[in-house]
Design a protein around this ligand. Structure first.
Ligand code: AMP
Ligand code: TRP
Length: 332
């Protein structure tokens, strides 16, 4: 039987934060212990859909690579690679553009959100999900583990793959988004009704970066917005979004059931103890990652060697696939 193939991606658009880690990368690392074939991609072409400073982008790419290895991805158990180093991705994007109705892209909520927040937008921003579709279907991925915000893009990838298959004959597998039940949306600590995200927050006090120092992390958690009550229980009441978020973070990190998490805080008065405990488990998680990160980032040639191995592996699968697409579409 063929192994289940997993593909996911992350943008090098700034420091990795707790949301990326708990919502996505933690699952990627756990997948390595299962009988699966794993592909994890640093999607630098996606990052440039919002123009980047070249020097900063280059640093961000290596920094993210070091961070992924530090979080536990292994070049032996996974194919970890940089999207722009594997040409099939940009090429597949063009080919898929030809079969994608514009209206499908204009409907994407991430596009609509970003369009509102930016003064000017590139054609690439609209096209972003088509590039993402290519990433996924070039590898015939079965599973795409992502945070909830990406579900719509993976569903679009299915639709585009299906359309290509209908037009040119069976070519691609239809991928499934895999959303963790908890941790899928880590919210901003200062604004717990929006998700934790580096890109658009002017004030990043509500974002916990994996490279932030301990005191900054503790400060952000202590300042986290809660409510005027004192019940430490899971809740979908928007009023209690802050407490719910802190409990969610605690739950994913400790791996405890919701009942056990609530028991840990039974009888506590006020939210001080909750924040203290959350800060404690977050620091315990991040500290070893930060130490390993420092090792990886200080040896650039070793890091590049690991990424070369990944790119080489990725090409073995994606190049024949893009050729198959071109043949079926009538190119010579
Ligand atoms: P990005 O950094 O936007 O490329 O996201 C990389 C991965 O992290 C994707 O799977 C996202 O769904 C996930 N992710 C990003 N922000 C969050 C968040 N606040 N909570 C949970 N998952 C997230
Ligand atoms: N768009 C994804 C995000 O912002 C990143 C991404 C690009 C991705 N290509 C992918 C995720 C392919 C999963 C599969 O999080």
């Amino acid at each position: 039987m063929n192994k289940i193939r997993v593909f996911s991606g992350i943008q090098p658009s700034g420091e990795m934060h707790l949301g990326n880690y708990l919502g996505a990368v933690k699952q990627w690392v756990e997948n390595q212990g299962k009988e699966k074939e794993n592909f994890y991609c640093i999607v630098d072409l996606h990052a440039h859909t919002i123009l980047r400073d070249p020097v900063e982008l280059r640093d961000n790419i290596r920094s993210l690579a070091a961070m992924l290895f530090a979080c536990g991805l292994s070049h032996e158990k996974s194919t970890v690679f940089i999207q722009s180093q594997v040409r099939a991705h940009a090429e597949a994007c063009w080919l898929l553009n030809c079969v994608t109705p514009m209206g499908w892209l204009e409907r994407m909520t991430q596009f609509k959100d970003k369009k509102e927040k930016l003064n000017s937008i590139s054609a690439a921003l609209l096209d972003y999900p088509v590039l993402q579709t290519g990433d996924i279907i070039l590898y015939d991925a079965d599973e795409v583990p992502v945070g909830e915000d990406q579900k719509q893009h993976v569903e679009l990838a299915r639709d585009i793959a299906q359309r290509f298959n209908n037009l040119f004959g069976e070519t691609f597998k239809l991928p499934e988004p895999i959303i963790p039940t908890i941790g899928a949306r880590v919210m901003n600590l200062s604004n717990p009704t929006s998700k934790m995200s580096k890109s658009f927050d002017e004030d990043d006090g509500g974002v916990v970066g994996l490279l932030d120092d301990d005191s900054k992390i503790v400060k952000s958690i202590k300042r986290a917005v809660t409510d005027s009550g004192n019940d430490i229980v899971f809740s979908d009441d928007p009023e209690k979004a802050g407490v719910n978020n802190l409990l969610g973070i605690y739950k994913v990190i400790t791996g405890k059931s919701s009942d056990d998490v609530e028991k840990d805080f039974e009888g506590a008065r006020g939210y001080g103890i909750l924040k203290e405990k959350v800060a404690e488990v977050v620091l315990e998680t991040i500290k070893p990652i930060r130490e390993k990160y420092n090792e990886y980032i200080s040896d650039k040639s070793e890091l590049d060697r690991l990424l070369d191995i990944g790119a080489e592996n990725a090409r073995l699968i994606s190049e024949p696939k893009v050729l198959e697409m071109k043949n079926k579409m009538g190119f010579i």
